[in-house]
Design a protein around this ligand. Structure first.
Ligand code: CA
Length: 230
């Protein structure tokens, strides 16, 4: 399933136009009209990519970029800046602050979508996991979908395996129940699948991980993270 894109744009018509075109391509979207909202949405929803207008009322796009890159939870989310031609110097500052790409206004929806696809592909390549991974007593073979705990196989269901993989991929970042639900069960999941489903699967996963269960850490009222350290 496709990623969620956070659109940060105070000009409502432009935000709507981008929103329309992204949805048409199958992306899920969130719109933030100012910098404060953008930070809030980025931290709570952890989108797959952020489109960030630089000229915003209040907190500027550059401020938002700086804060997102300084925050461990959001640092790895790719950012495409939306800039005006006259903002050439801001664009460079943005790239120095860690933004990944920029698109100059006015842009065509096609160009924007192409950039989004390319950046998402690049960022996925970067976060690709090795085929096998050993963390303490836990051994994972991602190509065979096999997990062993202290050399004894742990038989995980596909959802449990996805859950474990997603947590490991987050590299210690805390993932919310909603995020896990969206990414593992899909946002078009049946209504009866509630956030409680995540907890139930975490419980069975922990049981199967036996001595390594401690690596799945509960973050109260929010979600879970994976602990790499012993
Ligand atoms: Ca603007």
């Amino acid at each position: 399933m496709k990623d969620t894109v956070l659109i940060v744009e105070d000009e409502k018509d432009i935000a709507k136009m981008i929103d329309y075109n992204l949805k048409k391509e199958g992306y899920k979207t969130i719109i933030a009209n100012d910098g404060e909202d953008a930070l809030d949405a980025a931290i709570t929803k952890l989108p797959g990519l952020i489109l960030l207008d630089l000229m915003l009322p209040g907190l500027s796009g550059l401020d938002v970029c700086k804060e997102l890159k300084a925050e461990r939870k959001t640092a790895s989310i790719p950012i495409i800046m939306l800039t005006a031609k006259s903002q050439e110097s801001d664009k460079i500052v943005g790239l120095e602050l860690g933004a990944d790409d920029y698109v100059t206004k006015p842009f065509s929806p096609r160009e924007l979508i192409a950039r989004i696809k390319a950046l998402l592909r690049r960022s996925k390549e970067k976060e690709k996991l090795p085929e096998v991974l050993k963390i303490g007593g836990l051994f994972l073979d991602f190509s065979r979908i096999e997990v062993t705990v202290k050399d004894k196989p742990a038989i995980l269901t596909s959802k449990e395996f996805e859950l474990l993989k997603t947590l490991i991929k987050a590299k210690g970042r805390v993932l919310s129940r909603d995020y896990l639900l969206d990414n593992i069960w899909g946002f078009d999941h049946a209504i009866e699948i509630q956030t409680r489903t995540v907890d139930v699967h975490i419980r069975t996963l922990r049981k199967k991980l036996r001595t390594e269960a401690k690596r799945i850490v509960t973050v109260k009222n929010y979600g879970y993270r994976f602990e790499y350290e012993d």
